[in-house]
Design a binder for this molecule. Structure first.
Ligand SMILES: O=P(O)(O)OC[C@H]1O[C@](O)(CO)[C@@H](O)[C@H]1O
Length: 286
Protein backbone atom coordinates (compact mmCIF):
# COMPACT_ATOMS: atom_id res chain seq x y z
CA UNK A 1 0.00 0.00 0.00
CA UNK A 2 1.45 3.38 -0.97
CA UNK A 3 1.01 5.98 1.76
CA UNK A 4 2.43 9.41 2.59
CA UNK A 5 5.43 8.47 4.71
CA UNK A 6 8.21 10.57 6.25
CA UNK A 7 8.11 14.10 4.87
CA UNK A 8 4.93 13.15 3.03
CA UNK A 9 7.02 11.13 0.59
CA UNK A 10 5.21 8.33 -1.30
CA UNK A 11 6.07 5.24 0.72
CA UNK A 12 5.22 1.55 0.36
CA UNK A 13 4.17 -0.15 3.59
CA UNK A 14 4.80 -3.86 4.04
CA UNK A 15 2.96 -5.51 6.90
CA UNK A 16 3.48 -9.15 7.84
CA UNK A 17 0.74 -11.13 9.54
CA UNK A 18 3.15 -11.75 12.45
CA UNK A 19 3.12 -8.01 13.17
CA UNK A 20 6.48 -7.12 11.62
CA UNK A 21 6.50 -4.19 9.18
CA UNK A 22 8.74 -2.24 6.83
CA UNK A 23 8.47 1.01 4.86
CA UNK A 24 10.21 1.84 1.56
CA UNK A 25 10.18 5.33 0.01
CA UNK A 26 9.98 5.72 -3.76
CA UNK A 27 12.50 8.55 -3.36
CA UNK A 28 15.79 6.70 -3.28
CA UNK A 29 14.11 3.28 -2.74
CA UNK A 30 15.17 3.70 0.90
CA UNK A 31 13.91 1.29 3.56
CA UNK A 32 13.14 3.91 6.22
CA UNK A 33 11.65 1.55 8.81
CA UNK A 34 11.81 -2.13 9.76
CA UNK A 35 9.97 -3.12 12.88
CA UNK A 36 9.86 -6.47 14.65
CA UNK A 37 6.51 -7.98 15.71
CA UNK A 38 7.12 -6.34 19.10
CA UNK A 39 7.02 -2.94 17.39
CA UNK A 40 10.74 -2.37 18.02
CA UNK A 41 12.40 -0.33 15.26
CA UNK A 42 15.69 -1.87 14.12
CA UNK A 43 16.91 0.88 11.75
CA UNK A 44 18.10 4.40 12.58
CA UNK A 45 17.21 7.71 10.93
CA UNK A 46 19.76 10.52 11.37
CA UNK A 47 18.24 13.64 13.02
CA UNK A 48 19.54 15.78 10.14
CA UNK A 49 17.67 13.52 7.72
CA UNK A 50 14.44 13.80 9.77
CA UNK A 51 14.84 17.58 9.82
CA UNK A 52 15.07 17.74 6.03
CA UNK A 53 12.16 15.35 5.64
CA UNK A 54 10.09 17.55 7.95
CA UNK A 55 11.17 20.70 6.07
CA UNK A 56 9.84 22.49 2.98
CA UNK A 57 11.85 20.34 0.52
CA UNK A 58 12.10 16.77 1.77
CA UNK A 59 13.95 15.70 -1.40
CA UNK A 60 16.67 18.35 -1.18
CA UNK A 61 19.10 15.72 0.15
CA UNK A 62 19.29 11.93 -0.01
CA UNK A 63 17.73 10.23 3.02
CA UNK A 64 20.53 9.55 5.53
CA UNK A 65 19.09 6.75 7.56
CA UNK A 66 17.41 3.38 7.20
CA UNK A 67 18.91 1.52 4.23
CA UNK A 68 19.90 4.03 1.50
CA UNK A 69 21.37 2.94 -1.83
CA UNK A 70 24.82 3.73 -3.08
CA UNK A 71 24.72 3.27 -6.88
CA UNK A 72 26.39 3.35 -9.41
CA UNK A 73 29.19 4.59 -7.15
CA UNK A 74 30.14 3.75 -3.57
CA UNK A 75 32.04 6.59 -1.91
CA UNK A 76 33.48 9.79 -3.34
CA UNK A 77 34.23 10.13 -7.07
CA UNK A 78 35.14 12.88 -9.54
CA UNK A 79 32.29 11.96 -11.91
CA UNK A 80 29.34 12.28 -9.54
CA UNK A 81 28.11 13.04 -6.02
CA UNK A 82 29.25 10.80 -3.16
CA UNK A 83 27.48 7.43 -3.26
CA UNK A 84 25.92 8.08 -6.68
CA UNK A 85 22.43 9.22 -7.75
CA UNK A 86 20.16 6.26 -6.95
CA UNK A 87 19.56 7.56 -3.42
CA UNK A 88 18.23 10.90 -4.64
CA UNK A 89 16.28 9.61 -7.63
CA UNK A 90 12.58 8.81 -7.85
CA UNK A 91 12.02 5.08 -8.35
CA UNK A 92 8.74 3.62 -9.57
CA UNK A 93 6.82 0.55 -8.48
CA UNK A 94 7.44 -2.24 -10.99
CA UNK A 95 4.41 -3.23 -13.01
CA UNK A 96 4.95 -6.79 -11.84
CA UNK A 97 4.80 -5.81 -8.22
CA UNK A 98 1.34 -6.42 -6.83
CA UNK A 99 0.26 -3.90 -4.19
CA UNK A 100 1.24 -5.70 -0.95
CA UNK A 101 -1.89 -6.60 1.06
CA UNK A 102 -1.91 -6.98 4.86
CA UNK A 103 -2.82 -10.69 4.63
CA UNK A 104 -0.08 -11.46 2.12
CA UNK A 105 2.01 -14.42 3.24
CA UNK A 106 5.33 -12.57 2.71
CA UNK A 107 4.61 -9.03 1.55
CA UNK A 108 6.94 -7.77 -1.15
CA UNK A 109 7.38 -4.77 -3.40
CA UNK A 110 9.68 -4.25 -6.37
CA UNK A 111 10.91 -0.76 -7.21
CA UNK A 112 12.62 0.11 -10.48
CA UNK A 113 15.09 2.82 -11.51
CA UNK A 114 15.94 3.32 -15.19
CA UNK A 115 18.37 5.77 -16.76
CA UNK A 116 16.97 9.21 -17.52
CA UNK A 117 18.23 12.65 -18.52
CA UNK A 118 19.38 13.37 -14.93
CA UNK A 119 21.32 10.09 -14.54
CA UNK A 120 22.85 10.18 -18.04
CA UNK A 121 24.38 13.61 -17.29
CA UNK A 122 26.51 11.95 -14.57
CA UNK A 123 26.74 8.45 -15.98
CA UNK A 124 26.20 8.06 -19.74
CA UNK A 125 24.75 4.56 -19.60
CA UNK A 126 21.39 2.81 -20.11
CA UNK A 127 20.47 0.61 -17.19
CA UNK A 128 17.63 -0.81 -15.15
CA UNK A 129 17.82 -1.52 -11.43
CA UNK A 130 15.06 -3.68 -9.92
CA UNK A 131 15.01 -3.71 -6.12
CA UNK A 132 12.67 -6.11 -4.31
CA UNK A 133 12.08 -5.64 -0.59
CA UNK A 134 10.16 -8.33 1.28
CA UNK A 135 9.31 -9.49 4.78
CA UNK A 136 9.53 -13.17 5.68
CA UNK A 137 8.12 -13.16 9.13
CA UNK A 138 10.33 -10.65 10.95
CA UNK A 139 13.22 -11.20 8.50
CA UNK A 140 13.84 -8.38 6.00
CA UNK A 141 15.15 -9.28 2.55
CA UNK A 142 16.39 -7.13 -0.33
CA UNK A 143 17.10 -8.49 -3.81
CA UNK A 144 18.82 -6.23 -6.30
CA UNK A 145 19.18 -6.76 -10.04
CA UNK A 146 21.18 -4.40 -12.23
CA UNK A 147 20.88 -4.81 -16.01
CA UNK A 148 22.82 -3.10 -18.77
CA UNK A 149 20.05 -2.11 -21.18
CA UNK A 150 22.37 -0.18 -23.49
CA UNK A 151 24.75 -0.95 -26.31
CA UNK A 152 28.06 -0.45 -24.53
CA UNK A 153 29.62 -2.04 -21.43
CA UNK A 154 29.64 -0.26 -18.08
CA UNK A 155 31.12 -0.69 -14.62
CA UNK A 156 29.65 0.19 -11.23
CA UNK A 157 30.15 -0.12 -7.50
CA UNK A 158 27.31 -0.16 -5.00
CA UNK A 159 26.22 -0.59 -1.40
CA UNK A 160 23.22 -0.92 0.88
CA UNK A 161 24.23 1.70 3.44
CA UNK A 162 22.36 0.25 6.44
CA UNK A 163 21.97 2.41 9.57
CA UNK A 164 21.28 0.12 12.55
CA UNK A 165 20.17 1.40 15.92
CA UNK A 166 22.37 0.45 18.91
CA UNK A 167 21.89 1.06 22.63
CA UNK A 168 25.28 2.81 22.79
CA UNK A 169 28.03 2.71 20.17
CA UNK A 170 30.57 2.09 22.95
CA UNK A 171 28.82 -1.23 23.67
CA UNK A 172 28.32 -2.27 20.05
CA UNK A 173 30.37 -5.11 18.53
CA UNK A 174 30.63 -6.44 14.99
CA UNK A 175 31.49 -10.14 14.60
CA UNK A 176 32.57 -12.03 11.49
CA UNK A 177 35.36 -9.74 10.21
CA UNK A 178 38.42 -11.29 11.84
CA UNK A 179 41.29 -12.06 9.43
CA UNK A 180 39.97 -9.83 6.63
CA UNK A 181 41.93 -7.11 4.90
CA UNK A 182 40.25 -3.72 5.09
CA UNK A 183 40.65 -0.17 3.82
CA UNK A 184 40.75 2.33 6.68
CA UNK A 185 39.28 5.57 5.31
CA UNK A 186 39.36 7.61 8.53
CA UNK A 187 42.59 9.49 7.91
CA UNK A 188 42.06 10.10 4.17
CA UNK A 189 38.84 8.78 2.50
CA UNK A 190 40.28 9.17 -1.00
CA UNK A 191 43.56 7.45 -0.07
CA UNK A 192 42.68 4.74 2.47
CA UNK A 193 45.28 2.64 4.36
CA UNK A 194 45.16 -1.14 3.91
CA UNK A 195 45.12 -3.07 7.22
CA UNK A 196 44.27 -6.55 8.53
CA UNK A 197 41.55 -7.17 11.11
CA UNK A 198 42.91 -9.12 14.08
CA UNK A 199 39.90 -8.68 16.35
CA UNK A 200 37.23 -11.32 16.98
CA UNK A 201 34.89 -8.42 17.77
CA UNK A 202 35.18 -5.01 16.15
CA UNK A 203 34.37 -2.39 18.79
CA UNK A 204 34.14 1.41 18.67
CA UNK A 205 36.27 3.91 20.57
CA UNK A 206 36.67 6.54 17.85
CA UNK A 207 35.69 7.40 14.26
CA UNK A 208 35.48 4.24 12.18
CA UNK A 209 35.23 4.01 8.37
CA UNK A 210 36.42 0.59 7.24
CA UNK A 211 35.78 -1.28 4.00
CA UNK A 212 36.32 -5.02 4.64
CA UNK A 213 37.36 -6.64 1.39
CA UNK A 214 36.08 -9.98 0.11
CA UNK A 215 34.14 -10.45 3.30
CA UNK A 216 32.20 -13.54 4.35
CA UNK A 217 28.48 -13.70 3.63
CA UNK A 218 27.54 -13.42 7.31
CA UNK A 219 28.24 -10.74 9.90
CA UNK A 220 26.42 -9.77 13.07
CA UNK A 221 26.14 -6.52 14.96
CA UNK A 222 25.66 -6.89 18.70
CA UNK A 223 23.47 -3.84 19.39
CA UNK A 224 24.05 -3.95 23.14
CA UNK A 225 20.50 -4.87 24.21
CA UNK A 226 21.10 -8.64 24.43
CA UNK A 227 20.30 -8.92 20.74
CA UNK A 228 22.22 -8.87 17.48
CA UNK A 229 21.26 -7.88 13.96
CA UNK A 230 22.54 -10.47 11.50
CA UNK A 231 23.34 -9.64 7.88
CA UNK A 232 23.49 -12.54 5.43
CA UNK A 233 24.40 -11.71 1.87
CA UNK A 234 24.82 -13.27 -1.53
CA UNK A 235 27.02 -11.60 -4.19
CA UNK A 236 27.80 -8.53 -2.05
CA UNK A 237 31.61 -8.88 -1.81
CA UNK A 238 32.48 -6.38 0.91
CA UNK A 239 31.27 -5.11 4.30
CA UNK A 240 31.60 -1.46 5.37
CA UNK A 241 31.58 -0.50 9.03
CA UNK A 242 31.04 3.18 9.77
CA UNK A 243 30.66 5.31 12.86
CA UNK A 244 31.19 9.08 12.44
CA UNK A 245 31.85 9.30 16.19
CA UNK A 246 31.86 12.87 17.47
CA UNK A 247 31.70 14.27 13.94
CA UNK A 248 27.95 13.82 14.56
CA UNK A 249 27.73 14.76 18.23
CA UNK A 250 23.93 14.63 18.35
CA UNK A 251 23.46 11.06 17.25
CA UNK A 252 26.68 9.04 16.86
CA UNK A 253 26.03 7.04 20.04
CA UNK A 254 22.77 5.64 18.72
CA UNK A 255 23.77 3.90 15.49
CA UNK A 256 26.37 1.96 13.58
CA UNK A 257 26.36 1.41 9.81
CA UNK A 258 27.08 -2.15 8.75
CA UNK A 259 26.80 -1.99 4.98
CA UNK A 260 26.72 -4.64 2.26
CA UNK A 261 28.97 -3.33 -0.50
CA UNK A 262 30.38 -4.18 -3.89
CA UNK A 263 33.55 -2.08 -3.98
CA UNK A 264 36.73 -4.19 -4.06
CA UNK A 265 35.73 -5.56 -7.47
CA UNK A 266 33.61 -3.16 -9.52
CA UNK A 267 30.95 -5.03 -11.52
CA UNK A 268 31.37 -4.95 -15.30
CA UNK A 269 28.29 -5.59 -17.44
CA UNK A 270 28.20 -5.97 -21.20
CA UNK A 271 25.00 -4.99 -23.05
CA UNK A 272 22.13 -7.24 -21.94
CA UNK A 273 24.02 -8.68 -18.99
CA UNK A 274 22.82 -8.36 -15.40
CA UNK A 275 24.13 -8.66 -11.83
CA UNK A 276 21.99 -9.99 -8.95
CA UNK A 277 22.56 -9.73 -5.24
CA UNK A 278 20.71 -10.48 -2.08
CA UNK A 279 20.83 -9.32 1.54
CA UNK A 280 18.85 -10.57 4.54
CA UNK A 281 18.62 -8.94 7.94
CA UNK A 282 17.28 -10.61 11.04
CA UNK A 283 17.31 -9.96 14.77
CA UNK A 284 18.52 -12.72 17.08
CA UNK A 285 18.56 -12.87 20.84
CA UNK A 286 22.03 -13.38 22.28
O1 LIG B 1 26.76 11.51 4.49
P1 LIG B 1 26.77 10.46 3.44
O2 LIG B 1 27.15 10.95 2.04
O3 LIG B 1 25.49 9.71 3.43
O4 LIG B 1 27.96 9.42 3.77
C1 LIG B 1 28.09 8.90 4.97
C2 LIG B 1 29.28 8.01 5.12
O5 LIG B 1 29.40 7.03 4.13
C3 LIG B 1 30.69 6.42 4.25
O6 LIG B 1 31.18 6.21 2.97
C4 LIG B 1 30.58 5.09 4.98
O7 LIG B 1 29.84 4.22 4.20
C5 LIG B 1 31.54 7.38 5.06
O8 LIG B 1 32.76 7.63 4.41
C6 LIG B 1 30.65 8.63 5.21
O9 LIG B 1 30.88 9.55 4.24
Amino acid sequence: EVVAGLGGLPTVQLKHACGASAEVTLFGACVTSWKQASGDEVLFMRPDALQILAGPDPKSKPISGGIPHCFPQFGPSAAMQQHGFARNSDWSIAATSADPQPDDQDPEVTLVLRDNEYTRKMWPHAFEVAYSVSLHGELLQADMRVQNTGDKPFEFTAALHSYIEVSDVAEAKVRGLKGLEYLDKVADPSNPTKKKEEREEVTFDGPTDSVYLKARDYVELDVGTGAAVTVTTNKWSDVVVWSPWTAMPDCYRQFVCVESAQFSTPVSLKPGEFWRSQAEWSVMDL
